[in-house]
Design a binder for this molecule. Structure first.
Ligand code: XMP
Length: 321
């Protein structure tokens, strides 16, 4: 990999911002660019950088793929509106669920999401808008993990030998490719993003599909969405790096109202990590675990079992897919 990392100790956020604004303006010239905002730290930082560089010549979309957290699409659109950035909500739920239908293999699911996003949704949006460039928030860690063959990150193209211009008809600009999450947070803060955004726990590009083992159907995503909401409410002040809920494919026998119930299993993970390369489970107090189990089994229909992951990364990974 010939890409040079800029480490946190070496980063001067203001200088980095000025250089990236200059770089984006000179690449795009007087043309148009588009980008997708998911509300995660990386895409939020790219959105602000791009708007500072291009103003109205950057068209920002929130792609509602049906895999987002509860209330997220509207919340993010309105938060950016308050920052003076217009974001268009684009409903692509059918496209993504159609592509995910019947798929259970993790890498096939990731591939389905990548092509729905780049080929089906953005291929069309690029044609409609006349944009020649897509701005995206690929970071140094995404590249490293993809090159190492651990997971195909949803946003990696060139490292997989895909030429986006040839395949989808646009060029990709990746302003964050030399820095990792902790540096991206510093850049976000310097750009004036609210802390709610720049200090957000990471959220994967494939969204809740990264947390559904087996087939990703609207119903199964809804189950994991409800469990995620509870986990985020209960663990947001844990100080952990990331916390999540996973829906398992296997069902287990439980008891509900005195009767056998062959129900669903949710796994909770809560991670201590600096850069997501290695991680260990947070030693959560037992009463917190107890409350999670109680709430998830009573508030999420069909769930009869809640487990807590006690494995480090490696050999685990942070997400399940
Ligand atoms: P894993 O599961 O590989 O995750 O240990 C490492 C970190 O990356 C996030 N993640 C992703 N982020 N696109 C992203 O932008 C992806 O495809 C993706 N997959 C995982 C994950 O949430 C964790 O913070």
């Amino acid at each position: 990999m010939d890409l040079q990392e800029i480490r946190l100790e070496e980063l001067n956020p203001d200088k980095f911002i000025a250089e990236k604004i200059e770089e984006i303006s000179s690449i795009v010239g007087d043309g148009l660019a588009i980008n997708a905002l998911s509300g995660g730290v990386d895409s939020s930082v790219v959105t602000l950088l791009g708007h500072k560089a291009l103003g109205d010549r950057l068209k920002t979309y929130f792609i509602d793929n049906g895999l987002m957290r509860d209330g997220e699409p509207r919340h993010i659109v309105s938060l950016f509106k308050d920052l003076g950035v217009k974001v268009e909500l684009f409903d692509a739920q059918k496209t993504f669920f159609q592509a995910l239908k019947g798929r259970t293999d993790p890498e096939e699911k990731r591939e389905a999401i990548t092509s729905s996003f780049y080929r089906d949704v953005f291929g069309d949006l690029v044609k409609e808008t006349g944009a020649k460039h897509l701005l995206q928030g690929t970071n140094y860690t995404d590249i490293e993990e993809t090159v190492a063959g651990i997971k195909r990150q949803h946003n990696i193209l060139e490292q997989l030998g895909i030429d986006p211009e040839e395949m989808y008809g646009y060029k990709v600009i990746e302003p964050l490719i030399q820095i990792r999450k902790s540096s991206i947070r510093q850049v976000g803060k310097a750009l004036g993003l609210p802390e709610e955004i720049y200090n957000r726990p990471p959220f994967p590009g494939p969204a809740l599909a990264a947390r559904v083992i087996g087939e990703t159907t609207p119903k199964r995503v809804e189950t994991v969405r409800r469990a995620t909401k509870i986990v985020e409410e209960e663990l947001s002040d844990s100080g952990a790096f990331q916390y999540l809920a996973i829906l398992h494919e296997d069902r287990v026998v439980g008891i509900r109202e005195g009767k056998r119930d062959f129900g669903l299993q949710i796994e909770v993970r809560c991670w201590e990590s600096v850069d997501a390369i290695i991680g260990s489970p947070t030693r959560l107090p037992y009463d917190v675990l107890d409350r999670l189990a109680e709430r998830i089994t009573t508030e999420v229909p069909g769930v009869v079992s809640v487990t807590y992951n006690i494995t480090k990364k490696p050999p685990s990974t942070i997400e399940a897919v």
